[in-house]
Design a protein around this ligand. Structure first.
Ligand code: PHB
Length: 390
């Protein structure tokens, strides 16, 4: 008995959890406010994973502790991450919808001995800020590079670029410009909008005045994207024949009913469509629908959260439940599996996810719902943005 007690003390002193049978995962995301549906999708993906795979890894029980950062707020994100590490004693941090919220936490990972599994934030550079970051979502470089070729091949030679003025927007602008100019096209103007912009009429006027044949756009998914695509339709740009090109953030499935028939035909490139046709996705959508309660609310953050949990379970397995962030991250370098989105792997060098990017078109399914229908596959895409930040 005494021996056991001493062993337990030693384990605690060493910071291991040999005797702690609950492993906490702290998840930071927008669970209230205008972006609450995106956070709800994190939770749906996590719940779906745990419903299918159980809440145990070996003898250990996994417990999720949620913290709400409603809008991009790096100071709040960092404070909550610190609280999760110090008070809640989480072994893993995950979630992070907005880039600034992820960036603010990377400096404390090493000291906290905690890996970070990014389930959305899409600026290429985040993974370079700490060797303890692993990302299961996408980058805007990864998703915006293929649409540049699609735009050029559609016969469009002059494009105006419009993005939110922060990390993933600037990456998207650079990715599109690089791809489009390489193909032979020209970006005639590049507009960066403050993140909080919600009146898009003046922007629509500038797009018209630019004389461009097409517009490339990136904004973070949520009320922002819905407002932007609505403004494109309502201000007559679609009617004027100005073509629309964007990564799939702009046509997330949960926005499509509000856009209605005006969205039909919009082409985007992205890593995941809820309509993706595979047995893995069928099982995922069933479990995630049960978790979220309404299939119409399902969107892409759910799949990155689901795969993020897969990665965390692998990390827990590899460390035997002990807190060893470096060992946990090392264990998933090169990990390959079939995600609901298709085949994926964690690039051992960048710790970012390699995946197919699909060209999709908004169509009406047989049951009358609007979907992103996959029409072309760009296979095994890494992150072209990492070459740019190195
Ligand atoms: C980000 O802040 O990195 C971000 C947020 C929402 C998106 C894409 C990227 O749809």
């Amino acid at each position: 008995m005494k021996k056991l007690f001493l062993a337990a003390i030693a384990a605690v002193a060493m910071g291991t959890s040999a005797y702690a049978d609950t492993i906490k995962v702290g998840v930071i995301g927008p669970f209230s406010g205008p972006f609450a549906l995106q956070g709800k999708n994190f939770k749906a993906g996590i719940d779906a994973y745990m419903a299918v795979n159980g809440n145990k890894v070996g003898n250990d029980t996994v417990e999720i502790v949620y913290r709400d950062v409603p809008q991009a707020d790096p100071a709040q994100s960092k404070a909550l991450a610190q609280e999760l590490i110090v008070k809640e004693k989480v072994q893993y941090l995950a979630g992070f919808y907005f880039t600034p919220d992820a960036m603010a936490v990377t400096p404390i990972l090493k000291q906290g001995n905690v890996p970070m599994v990014i389930m959305n934030a899409a600026t290429s550079a985040i993974v370079t800020k700490s060797p303890l970051v692993v990302r299961t979502s996408f980058t805007t470089w990864q998703t915006s590079t293929p649409i540049a070729k699609v735009a050029f091949d559609a016969g469009v030679k002059k494009v105006i670029s419009v993005v939110s003025d922060y990390g993933p927007g600037i990456d998207a602008e650079n990715a599109f410009k690089a791809g489009f100019e390489k193909a032979g096209g020209q970006v005639v103007e590049a507009i960066r909008m403050p993140l909080a912009t919600n009146d898009f009429s003046p922007i629509m006027q500038r797009i018209r005045d630019s004389g461009a044949e097409g517009v490339f756009a990136f904004l973070p998914s949520g009320p922002t994207t819905l407002g932007f695509v609505k403004a494109y339709n309502d201000n007559g740009l679609k009617a004027a024949g100005i073509k629309f090109f964007a990564p799939g953030d702009l046509t997330q499935e949960s926005d499509l009913p509000a856009l209605g028939d005006a969205a039909l035909g919009i082409q985007t490139t992205f890593h995941y469509a809820v309509s993706h046709d595979s047995p893995e996705n069928k099982a995922f959508v069933e479990a995630a629908t049960k978790a979220i309660g309404n299939k119409a609310e399902l969107s892409f953050p759910s799949v990155s959260a689901y795969d993020g949990m897969y990665v965390i379970y692998k990390m827990i397995e590899a460390t035997g439940g002990n807190q060893d962030a470096e060992k946990a991250v090392d264990a998933v370098k090169g990990l390959a599996w079939t995600s609901p989105r298709g085949p994926v792997s964690i690039d051992p060098e960048s710790r970012h996810i390699t995946q197919n990017i699909y060209l999709r078109e908004v169509t009406k399914a047989d049951d009358g719902t609007y979907i992103n229908k996959e029409v072309q596959t760009f296979e095994k895409q890494g992150d072209p943005g990492l070459a740019a930040v190195k």
